[in-house]
Design a protein around this ligand. Structure first.
Ligand code: MTE
Length: 338
């Protein structure tokens, strides 16, 4: 995430990942995606073993079982050339997770020691069936699905990442929202002892990191609670053990290491909106026609790239998911509600 005080040139300087990283990357699943058109459900069967190149994690037994029983490639992106899955090393080495620092390599460097087992999530607010749930109990009733999504950061870079998880809608339904519930508010863990970014006196964020969705956005079938990626559990720097993934919105909506999901009546104020409301809104739908005040959103750098191959592509409305989500915003002025 770019902060308001950044120098004008910082966007490009800080976001160009050294070419050497990409030259040394493993060739990874180049032809895997793009099997179906749009969001076609694929009948292809794959298994976690297809990610043989990816280092094994340390998932507890219940999570390994859920991952083994995943419905693979439940959603794949549409363009086989453009939408190649990023190498695992890029997806787990170039991150935004301010709790562990503001540099792109800080999360991979500092998040390893975050204690993610056991983990519990409080589901509360306007619900009839709330409470504190062990992660296992929150996830167990749902079938894991692999969702290969484009992730478009508001900073104008993007990657294609194969997530594993469960529809947020199922968790919300089980909580039995009351008629007053209109939004969902999410919170990340606060633990300065484990999260060095929360100890920093330079941090702009008023912890916890908060995000929110309208209830219909949260119930949309594309909205995923991810517990894994690349056929294994999430690396800590990607938001272990539980994160949100909302593929048609800028990446900052996809809050990491969630400890609280609250159904609420009022629209929550999300962390970046609180810091710079004229730059980051509540909706944050990917929109090439509405520029960030300090840079264009018309194009993006699809990672991995290099100095010699910047891999700049056109940004698509709703990140390419318009057929599925544009209806949610009928009649809404997207310039005003950025
Ligand atoms: N969640 C928390 N708790 N803290 C953060 O700093 N950064 C957001 C989002 N979720 C962030 C967060 C931003 S700006 C982006 S682009 C994505 O995480 C990046 O996800 P990734 O590192 O898995 O690619």
């Amino acid at each position: 995430m770019l902060i308001k005080i950044a120098r004008p040139g910082d966007l490009h300087e800080s976001d160009v990942t050294p070419e050497s990283i990409y030259l040394s990357r493993r060739r990874f699943m180049g032809g895997m995606v793009g099997l179906g058109a749009g969001l076609a459900l694929s009948g292809q069967t794959r298994a976690a073993s297809d990610y043989a190149d990816v280092p094994e994690g340390d998932a507890p037994a219940w999570l390994k079982e859920k991952i083994d029983a995943t419905r693979w490639q439940a959603v794949t992106p549409s363009d086989p050339e453009q939408d190649r899955v990023a190498p695992f090393d890029d997806a787990s080495g170039y991150n935004n997770f301010y709790e562990f620092g503001s540099g792109k390599s800080d999360p991979a460097r500092h998040a390893g020691s975050l204690e993610t087992q056991p983990w519990s999530v409080v589901v509360d607010g306007e619900v009839n069936n709330g409470g504190r749930l062990a992660l296992e109990d929150l996830a167990r009733p749902s079938q894991f699905e692999e969702r290969i999504y484009r992730l478009r950061c508001v900073e104008a870079w993007s990657m294609v990442i194969p997530w594993l998880g469960i529809p947020l809608a199922e968790v919300i339904r089980r909580a039995e929202p009351t008629s007053k519930a209109r939004y969902v508010r999410f919170e990340t863990l606060v633990d300065p002892e484990q999260m060095p970014g929360q100890r920093s006196s330079f941090a702009l964020i008023d912890w916890p990191y908060v995000e929110g969705l309208r209830l219909d956005e949260a119930m949309h079938p594309l909205t995923l609670l991810a517990l894994g990626m690349y056929g294994r559990e999430l690396p800590n720097q990607n938001g272990a053990p539980l994160r949100l993934v909302v593929p048609w919105k800028y990446g900052f909506k996809s809050i990491k290491s969630i400890v609280r999901i609250s159904l609420v009546a009022e629209q929550p104020v999300n962390s970046w909106q609180r810091i710079a409301p004229d730059e980051y809104g509540f909706y944050a739908n990917v929109n090439p026609e509405v520029d960030h005040p300090r840079w264009s959103q018309a194009t993006e750098r699809r990672l991995p790239n290099s100095l010699f191959n910047p891999n700049t592509i056109d940004t698509r409305m709703f990140n390419g998911y318009a057929d599925d989500v544009a209806g949610l915003y009928a009649g809404l002025d997207l310039r005003k509600h950025y």
